[in-house]
Structures are given as C-alpha cells and as structure tokens.
Design a protein around this ligand. Structure first.
Ligand code: PEP
Length: 252
C-alpha cells in the first residue's frame, strides 16, 4: 500500500516573513494528518535554512527545487546534491517543465541530476509531462515514456527504487486547467506499466504524483484514482487553506 505524498513547490516565491506565516499556519493543521500522508515543501535555496528551522519538530519534509549534477567544484551559481543534503533537504525536484522548457534542460541533464541526487541520498522527484501541442498531436505517451526512459536507460531500473515520479502536463501547470482525473489516471497507469516491464516491485511501490493546477476543489477526485499517489502542488501550496485542504484530501 503506497502512502500518499503531497509536495508543495514554492517556485521562485516567498520571503522570510511570508514563509514563516505560511509554515506557522500549515504546521499545526497538518499535524493531525501525520502518519496518513507524507508532506513536504520545496522553498527556494536561500530559504532552506529558515524553513528547516521552522519545520523542526514537525514531520513536514524539506525539499529543494533543483540541483546541479556535478559534485563540489568550479560551477559558479550552482548547488550540489551534497550541499542540499547538508542543508537538511530530503527530496529534490528534477526535470520540472519550467527547467526543461524555459531553461532548455535536456533529458540527459535531467538523468544526470537524478543520479546526483540519489548518490547524495536524496529522493529525486522526476517530473515528466507533455506540452499542449504534443498532447494535441497524440504524442503524450511517447513524450512521457521518453522522459522516463532517459533515466532508466542511463541508470537502470534500480535507480527508481524509492524515487518519486510526477506527471505534470505542461499545459495544466499554473493554467487553472488541470488534467481530468481520467486523463491523469491514464498517463499514470502508462508510466507504472512501463516500470512494471522492468520491475514489478518498483512499479508497485513507486509514488506517482500528479501536478498541474491541483487545488482544494479538485484534489479529492484526482487522488482517488488508483495510480495517483498524491500531488506536486505549485500555486495552491502558497495558500495555507488550500494546501491544508489538499493534504487532507490525500490523507482521507
Ligand atoms: C508545478 O509547477 O509543479 C505545479 C504543479 O504548479 P501549479 O500547481 O501551480 O499548476
């Protein structure tokens, strides 16, 4: 039985004061869900230390939004996996569509970041998802399987053990237009099926999150799908009431 996981991706939002207000609001409210759903938040790098301090004593996990694939070295402006681990980070998002699409990160770079995260003991959250033109052209399956296979082919199926997958249709992110539960379930089942071809155990155990305009109103129906194991939540994770309600949906 897979325990549901809800991860808040704060993107490039927040300030020390706003983060504190948000965390102080969600921390007590989420306490009653502990044990039933796993929850984590991913602030931007400068806010990791403050967030870690505020979360101390709670079971809300600390995640990061990105990492670089090299270890320590001459790479100005980048942050390594071991630096994140030292900062108390447990999970890290890799291959988010904003990095693939707007910053040109390739499947190969994403696979390298995935490997670096694992090597440092972090749980990578591998994001896959198609754009609107790709969906309209009937290419959804080819795109998400290519993105998943880039990691499997590079590192072997065992690398997916204890990792997290996130299906995030690019057209649904930040648009207010989520995938329907049926659309999302179909892709989640496809991804799980691909994993099953290599390892039944990993396919059964891996959490596959849905992301893209998840909110308090739609979370319940999405999370009720058999292959949807929680959510990667952007905009709504910045609003305490919304995020609490989404986490409650996952824990019910
Ligand atoms: C995201 O960027 O990971 C995301 C899912 O954003 P939103 O919930 O705002 O669509």
């Amino acid at each position: 039985m897979r325990r549901k996981l809800v991860v808040g991706n704060w993107k490039m939002h927040g300030s020390p004061g706003r983060n504190r207000d948000l965390l102080e609001a969600i921390k007590p409210a989420l306490q009653s869900l502990e044990g039933r759903v796993e929850i984590a938040v991913c602030p931007s790098f400068p806010h990791l230390a403050d967030t870690r301090a505020i979360l101390a004593g709670s079971r809300i996990g600390l995640g990061a939004q990105n990492l670089f694939s090299f270890g320590e070295g001459a790479m100005t402006g980048e942050v390594s996996a071991s630096m994140l681990a030292d900062a108390g980070v447990g999970l890290v998002i890799v291959g988010h569509s904003e990095r693939r699409g707007r910053l040109g990160e390739t499947d190969a770079q994403t696979a390298d970041k995935f490997a670096a995260a694992r090597k440092a003991g972090l749980v990578p959250i591998l994001c896959v998802g198609e754009t609107r033109p790709e969906r309209d052209a009937g290419e959804t399956a080819a795109v998400v399987l290519r993105q998943l296979d880039a990691v499997i082919d590079n590192q072997g199926i065992a690398a997916l053990d204890k990792a997290v997958l996130a299906y995030e249709p690019v057209w649904a992110i930040g648009s207010g237009d989520p995938a329907t539960p049926e659309q999302a379930q179909a892709v989640h089942a496809l991804l799980r099926g691909r994993l099953k071809q290599r390892s039944g155990k990993i396919a059964d155990e891996i959490r596959i999150l849905y992301g893209g305009s998840v909110n308090a109103a739609n979370a319940g129906e999405l999370f009720a799908q058999p292959d949807i194991d929680g959510g990667l939540v952007g905009g709504a994770s910045l609003q305490a009431r919304e995020f609490i309600a989404i986490c409650a949906s996952a824990g019910s």
